[in-house]
Write a protein that binds this ligand. Structure first.
Ligand code: GLU
Length: 316
Protein backbone atom coordinates (compact mmCIF):
# COMPACT_ATOMS: atom_id res chain seq x y z
CA UNK A 1 0.00 0.00 0.00
CA UNK A 2 1.23 3.47 -0.83
CA UNK A 3 1.49 5.34 2.44
CA UNK A 4 4.89 6.92 2.04
CA UNK A 5 3.85 10.33 3.29
CA UNK A 6 1.20 9.77 5.92
CA UNK A 7 -0.80 6.77 7.06
CA UNK A 8 -3.92 6.38 4.91
CA UNK A 9 -6.70 8.53 6.25
CA UNK A 10 -10.07 7.03 7.11
CA UNK A 11 -13.08 7.18 4.78
CA UNK A 12 -15.15 10.35 5.04
CA UNK A 13 -18.29 8.63 6.41
CA UNK A 14 -18.95 11.20 9.08
CA UNK A 15 -18.50 14.23 6.82
CA UNK A 16 -21.40 16.06 5.26
CA UNK A 17 -22.03 14.90 1.73
CA UNK A 18 -20.30 17.00 -0.89
CA UNK A 19 -20.51 16.02 -4.55
CA UNK A 20 -19.33 17.61 -7.76
CA UNK A 21 -19.70 17.78 -11.51
CA UNK A 22 -16.40 18.19 -13.31
CA UNK A 23 -16.80 18.81 -17.05
CA UNK A 24 -13.84 19.28 -19.37
CA UNK A 25 -14.36 22.27 -21.69
CA UNK A 26 -13.50 20.31 -24.80
CA UNK A 27 -16.90 21.11 -26.32
CA UNK A 28 -20.51 21.77 -25.41
CA UNK A 29 -22.44 19.63 -22.94
CA UNK A 30 -24.22 16.68 -24.56
CA UNK A 31 -26.62 14.00 -23.38
CA UNK A 32 -23.76 11.88 -21.97
CA UNK A 33 -22.51 14.70 -19.76
CA UNK A 34 -26.09 15.57 -18.72
CA UNK A 35 -26.50 12.12 -17.19
CA UNK A 36 -23.49 12.66 -14.91
CA UNK A 37 -24.68 16.18 -14.02
CA UNK A 38 -28.23 15.04 -13.20
CA UNK A 39 -27.21 11.99 -11.14
CA UNK A 40 -24.47 13.77 -9.18
CA UNK A 41 -26.81 16.71 -8.49
CA UNK A 42 -29.74 14.60 -7.34
CA UNK A 43 -27.58 12.29 -5.22
CA UNK A 44 -26.13 15.35 -3.47
CA UNK A 45 -29.53 16.93 -2.90
CA UNK A 46 -31.04 13.62 -1.71
CA UNK A 47 -28.30 13.50 0.94
CA UNK A 48 -28.90 17.10 2.00
CA UNK A 49 -25.42 17.79 0.65
CA UNK A 50 -23.64 20.32 -1.50
CA UNK A 51 -22.92 20.09 -5.20
CA UNK A 52 -19.91 21.87 -6.67
CA UNK A 53 -18.88 22.53 -10.25
CA UNK A 54 -15.24 22.22 -11.27
CA UNK A 55 -14.04 23.18 -14.72
CA UNK A 56 -11.43 20.60 -15.73
CA UNK A 57 -9.46 22.81 -18.09
CA UNK A 58 -6.06 21.48 -17.01
CA UNK A 59 -5.36 20.05 -20.46
CA UNK A 60 -4.90 23.38 -22.22
CA UNK A 61 -4.38 21.73 -25.60
CA UNK A 62 -7.85 20.15 -25.57
CA UNK A 63 -9.77 23.20 -24.35
CA UNK A 64 -12.10 24.72 -26.89
CA UNK A 65 -12.40 28.53 -26.65
CA UNK A 66 -15.81 29.51 -25.28
CA UNK A 67 -16.74 25.96 -24.23
CA UNK A 68 -16.40 26.57 -20.48
CA UNK A 69 -18.75 29.56 -20.53
CA UNK A 70 -21.11 27.66 -22.78
CA UNK A 71 -21.18 24.72 -20.33
CA UNK A 72 -21.94 27.01 -17.36
CA UNK A 73 -24.74 28.77 -19.32
CA UNK A 74 -26.23 25.41 -20.30
CA UNK A 75 -26.14 24.15 -16.70
CA UNK A 76 -27.88 27.34 -15.63
CA UNK A 77 -30.53 27.07 -18.38
CA UNK A 78 -31.15 23.45 -17.36
CA UNK A 79 -31.90 24.63 -13.81
CA UNK A 80 -28.82 23.34 -11.99
CA UNK A 81 -27.85 25.41 -8.93
CA UNK A 82 -24.30 24.82 -7.78
CA UNK A 83 -22.84 25.73 -4.43
CA UNK A 84 -19.98 28.21 -4.19
CA UNK A 85 -17.66 29.38 -6.93
CA UNK A 86 -16.66 27.27 -9.90
CA UNK A 87 -13.12 25.89 -9.41
CA UNK A 88 -10.92 26.26 -12.50
CA UNK A 89 -8.13 23.72 -12.84
CA UNK A 90 -6.16 26.09 -15.06
CA UNK A 91 -5.60 28.25 -11.95
CA UNK A 92 -4.41 25.39 -9.75
CA UNK A 93 -0.90 24.70 -11.05
CA UNK A 94 0.70 25.70 -7.74
CA UNK A 95 -1.38 23.12 -5.86
CA UNK A 96 -0.52 20.38 -8.36
CA UNK A 97 3.17 21.33 -8.25
CA UNK A 98 3.12 21.17 -4.43
CA UNK A 99 1.57 17.69 -4.49
CA UNK A 100 4.14 16.51 -7.04
CA UNK A 101 6.95 17.95 -4.91
CA UNK A 102 5.59 16.10 -1.87
CA UNK A 103 5.45 12.81 -3.78
CA UNK A 104 8.95 13.34 -5.15
CA UNK A 105 10.37 14.15 -1.72
CA UNK A 106 8.77 10.94 -0.40
CA UNK A 107 10.49 8.95 -3.17
CA UNK A 108 7.28 7.75 -4.82
CA UNK A 109 7.33 10.07 -7.85
CA UNK A 110 10.27 10.07 -10.22
CA UNK A 111 11.38 11.72 -13.46
CA UNK A 112 11.06 9.70 -16.66
CA UNK A 113 12.91 10.27 -19.92
CA UNK A 114 11.03 7.75 -22.09
CA UNK A 115 9.35 8.81 -25.30
CA UNK A 116 6.29 6.89 -26.52
CA UNK A 117 8.48 5.26 -29.12
CA UNK A 118 10.93 4.05 -26.48
CA UNK A 119 8.13 2.61 -24.37
CA UNK A 120 6.67 0.86 -27.43
CA UNK A 121 10.09 -0.61 -28.19
CA UNK A 122 10.18 -2.23 -24.74
CA UNK A 123 6.65 -3.52 -24.29
CA UNK A 124 3.54 -4.53 -26.18
CA UNK A 125 1.41 -5.08 -23.09
CA UNK A 126 -1.81 -3.02 -23.40
CA UNK A 127 -2.85 -0.97 -20.38
CA UNK A 128 -6.36 -1.35 -18.95
CA UNK A 129 -7.70 1.80 -20.60
CA UNK A 130 -5.57 2.20 -23.71
CA UNK A 131 -1.88 2.91 -24.20
CA UNK A 132 0.81 0.57 -22.97
CA UNK A 133 1.74 -0.60 -19.49
CA UNK A 134 4.81 1.43 -18.52
CA UNK A 135 7.70 -1.05 -18.31
CA UNK A 136 9.44 0.77 -15.45
CA UNK A 137 12.49 1.83 -17.46
CA UNK A 138 13.29 4.98 -15.43
CA UNK A 139 12.22 3.63 -12.04
CA UNK A 140 15.72 3.27 -10.71
CA UNK A 141 16.97 6.59 -12.06
CA UNK A 142 17.86 8.33 -15.28
CA UNK A 143 21.05 7.54 -17.13
CA UNK A 144 23.68 10.29 -16.67
CA UNK A 145 23.08 13.29 -18.90
CA UNK A 146 19.53 12.23 -19.81
CA UNK A 147 16.93 14.97 -19.37
CA UNK A 148 13.63 14.19 -17.65
CA UNK A 149 10.50 14.50 -19.81
CA UNK A 150 7.63 13.47 -17.57
CA UNK A 151 7.06 12.58 -13.92
CA UNK A 152 5.58 9.26 -12.92
CA UNK A 153 4.15 7.72 -9.77
CA UNK A 154 5.50 4.40 -8.58
CA UNK A 155 2.83 1.70 -8.12
CA UNK A 156 2.91 -1.86 -6.80
CA UNK A 157 1.17 -5.08 -7.70
CA UNK A 158 -0.86 -5.66 -4.56
CA UNK A 159 -4.53 -5.95 -5.63
CA UNK A 160 -6.19 -2.59 -5.07
CA UNK A 161 -9.92 -3.03 -4.48
CA UNK A 162 -12.85 -0.73 -3.85
CA UNK A 163 -16.60 -1.18 -3.87
CA UNK A 164 -18.42 1.09 -6.27
CA UNK A 165 -21.98 1.98 -5.27
CA UNK A 166 -23.24 0.91 -8.70
CA UNK A 167 -20.63 -1.28 -10.36
CA UNK A 168 -19.75 -3.38 -7.29
CA UNK A 169 -16.24 -4.52 -6.44
CA UNK A 170 -13.46 -3.33 -8.71
CA UNK A 171 -9.94 -4.74 -8.40
CA UNK A 172 -6.81 -3.72 -10.24
CA UNK A 173 -3.16 -4.65 -9.91
CA UNK A 174 -1.69 -1.34 -10.90
CA UNK A 175 1.74 -2.58 -11.88
CA UNK A 176 0.27 -5.15 -14.29
CA UNK A 177 -2.74 -3.14 -15.40
CA UNK A 178 -1.25 0.35 -15.99
CA UNK A 179 2.30 0.56 -14.64
CA UNK A 180 3.84 3.65 -13.03
CA UNK A 181 1.60 6.40 -14.36
CA UNK A 182 2.17 9.98 -15.43
CA UNK A 183 1.64 12.88 -13.01
CA UNK A 184 3.22 15.58 -15.13
CA UNK A 185 3.38 15.20 -18.87
CA UNK A 186 6.34 15.77 -21.17
CA UNK A 187 4.68 19.02 -22.35
CA UNK A 188 4.73 20.30 -18.74
CA UNK A 189 0.99 19.98 -18.17
CA UNK A 190 -0.20 18.22 -15.03
CA UNK A 191 -2.04 14.98 -15.71
CA UNK A 192 -5.77 14.51 -15.12
CA UNK A 193 -5.17 11.84 -12.44
CA UNK A 194 -3.13 14.21 -10.26
CA UNK A 195 -5.40 17.23 -10.80
CA UNK A 196 -8.59 15.34 -10.00
CA UNK A 197 -7.19 13.86 -6.79
CA UNK A 198 -5.74 17.14 -5.53
CA UNK A 199 -8.95 18.99 -6.34
CA UNK A 200 -11.35 16.41 -4.90
CA UNK A 201 -9.37 16.73 -1.67
CA UNK A 202 -9.18 20.55 -1.85
CA UNK A 203 -12.94 20.78 -2.39
CA UNK A 204 -13.71 18.26 0.37
CA UNK A 205 -15.55 15.92 -1.99
CA UNK A 206 -17.06 12.95 -0.13
CA UNK A 207 -18.89 11.43 -3.10
CA UNK A 208 -17.91 11.11 -6.73
CA UNK A 209 -20.77 10.28 -9.12
CA UNK A 210 -19.58 10.11 -12.75
CA UNK A 211 -19.61 7.98 -15.88
CA UNK A 212 -18.35 4.40 -15.92
CA UNK A 213 -15.82 5.42 -18.59
CA UNK A 214 -13.76 6.67 -15.63
CA UNK A 215 -14.06 3.44 -13.62
CA UNK A 216 -10.65 2.20 -14.79
CA UNK A 217 -9.03 5.45 -13.57
CA UNK A 218 -10.37 5.14 -10.04
CA UNK A 219 -7.78 2.67 -8.66
CA UNK A 220 -5.03 5.08 -9.80
CA UNK A 221 -6.82 7.91 -8.04
CA UNK A 222 -7.21 5.86 -4.86
CA UNK A 223 -3.52 4.97 -5.00
CA UNK A 224 -2.64 8.65 -5.33
CA UNK A 225 -4.93 9.51 -2.41
CA UNK A 226 -3.11 6.94 -0.29
CA UNK A 227 0.29 8.27 -1.35
CA UNK A 228 -0.77 11.78 -0.33
CA UNK A 229 -2.57 10.72 2.87
CA UNK A 230 -5.95 11.89 1.57
CA UNK A 231 -9.27 10.26 2.41
CA UNK A 232 -10.93 8.24 -0.35
CA UNK A 233 -14.40 9.44 -1.39
CA UNK A 234 -17.24 7.04 -2.09
CA UNK A 235 -17.65 6.33 -5.80
CA UNK A 236 -20.66 5.65 -8.01
CA UNK A 237 -19.96 5.05 -11.69
CA UNK A 238 -23.03 5.55 -13.85
CA UNK A 239 -23.87 3.68 -17.04
CA UNK A 240 -22.62 5.69 -20.01
CA UNK A 241 -24.89 6.45 -22.95
CA UNK A 242 -23.69 4.82 -26.15
CA UNK A 243 -24.65 5.10 -29.82
CA UNK A 244 -25.84 2.13 -31.90
CA UNK A 245 -22.21 1.19 -32.58
CA UNK A 246 -21.71 0.84 -28.79
CA UNK A 247 -19.46 3.91 -28.63
CA UNK A 248 -19.80 6.39 -25.77
CA UNK A 249 -21.52 9.61 -26.83
CA UNK A 250 -18.75 12.19 -26.82
CA UNK A 251 -17.37 14.96 -28.93
CA UNK A 252 -15.42 12.34 -30.90
CA UNK A 253 -18.59 10.37 -31.71
CA UNK A 254 -20.29 13.62 -32.72
CA UNK A 255 -22.74 13.85 -29.82
CA UNK A 256 -24.92 16.89 -30.53
CA UNK A 257 -24.80 19.80 -28.07
CA UNK A 258 -27.69 20.06 -25.61
CA UNK A 259 -30.19 22.73 -26.61
CA UNK A 260 -31.44 24.97 -23.84
CA UNK A 261 -34.85 25.15 -25.54
CA UNK A 262 -35.16 21.39 -25.04
CA UNK A 263 -34.05 21.47 -21.39
CA UNK A 264 -37.18 19.94 -19.83
CA UNK A 265 -37.38 17.14 -22.41
CA UNK A 266 -33.66 16.36 -22.11
CA UNK A 267 -33.87 16.28 -18.31
CA UNK A 268 -36.81 13.88 -18.49
CA UNK A 269 -34.83 11.71 -20.89
CA UNK A 270 -31.79 11.73 -18.59
CA UNK A 271 -34.00 10.73 -15.65
CA UNK A 272 -35.52 7.88 -17.67
CA UNK A 273 -32.02 6.77 -18.71
CA UNK A 274 -31.17 6.69 -15.01
CA UNK A 275 -34.05 4.27 -14.39
CA UNK A 276 -36.38 6.80 -12.76
CA UNK A 277 -40.11 6.05 -13.34
CA UNK A 278 -40.92 9.38 -14.97
CA UNK A 279 -44.68 9.82 -15.49
CA UNK A 280 -45.71 10.58 -19.08
CA UNK A 281 -47.24 13.97 -18.15
CA UNK A 282 -43.73 15.15 -17.22
CA UNK A 283 -43.09 15.29 -20.96
CA UNK A 284 -45.10 18.57 -21.04
CA UNK A 285 -43.66 20.01 -17.81
CA UNK A 286 -41.42 23.04 -17.33
CA UNK A 287 -37.80 22.75 -16.19
CA UNK A 288 -38.81 23.74 -12.64
CA UNK A 289 -41.57 21.12 -12.59
CA UNK A 290 -39.19 18.42 -13.78
CA UNK A 291 -36.79 19.27 -10.94
CA UNK A 292 -39.64 19.31 -8.40
CA UNK A 293 -40.62 15.82 -9.53
CA UNK A 294 -37.00 14.67 -9.47
CA UNK A 295 -36.28 16.04 -5.99
CA UNK A 296 -39.39 14.29 -4.66
CA UNK A 297 -38.92 10.95 -6.42
CA UNK A 298 -35.19 10.44 -6.97
CA UNK A 299 -34.20 6.83 -6.35
CA UNK A 300 -30.52 5.97 -6.47
CA UNK A 301 -31.51 2.29 -6.19
CA UNK A 302 -33.35 2.51 -9.52
CA UNK A 303 -30.17 3.37 -11.53
CA UNK A 304 -29.28 0.43 -13.78
CA UNK A 305 -26.17 -1.38 -12.57
CA UNK A 306 -24.64 -1.44 -16.03
CA UNK A 307 -21.53 0.15 -17.48
CA UNK A 308 -23.19 1.24 -20.74
CA UNK A 309 -26.68 1.61 -22.22
CA UNK A 310 -27.54 2.50 -25.81
CA UNK A 311 -29.51 5.74 -26.18
CA UNK A 312 -30.37 8.13 -29.00
CA UNK A 313 -28.35 11.34 -29.15
CA UNK A 314 -31.24 13.79 -28.70
CA UNK A 315 -34.75 13.97 -27.31
CA UNK A 316 -36.10 15.35 -30.60
N1 GLU B 1 -13.42 15.98 -16.60
C1 GLU B 1 -13.82 14.62 -16.77
C2 GLU B 1 -14.72 14.48 -17.97
O1 GLU B 1 -15.30 15.47 -18.41
C3 GLU B 1 -14.57 14.08 -15.56
C4 GLU B 1 -13.67 13.83 -14.45
C5 GLU B 1 -14.28 13.28 -13.20
O2 GLU B 1 -15.51 13.34 -13.03
O3 GLU B 1 -13.52 12.80 -12.36
O4 GLU B 1 -14.86 13.39 -18.48
Amino acid sequence: MCNKIQPPASAPETLRYRGRFAPSPTGALHFGSLIAAVASYLDARAHGGEWLVRMEDVDAERNVPGAADDILCTLDAFGFAWDGEVLWQSRRDDAYAAALAELTAAGVAYPCACSRKEIAARTTRPAIDGGLVYPGTCRSGLAPGVAPRAWRLRVDNVPLAFVDRLQGEVVQQLEDDVGDFVLRRADGLFAYQLAVVVDDRFQGITDVVRGADLLASTPRQIWLQRCLGYPTPRYAHLPVATNVAGEKWSKQTLAPALESGMAAAELVRALAFLGQPVPSELGRATVAEVWDWAFAHWSFAAIPRQAAISAPATAA
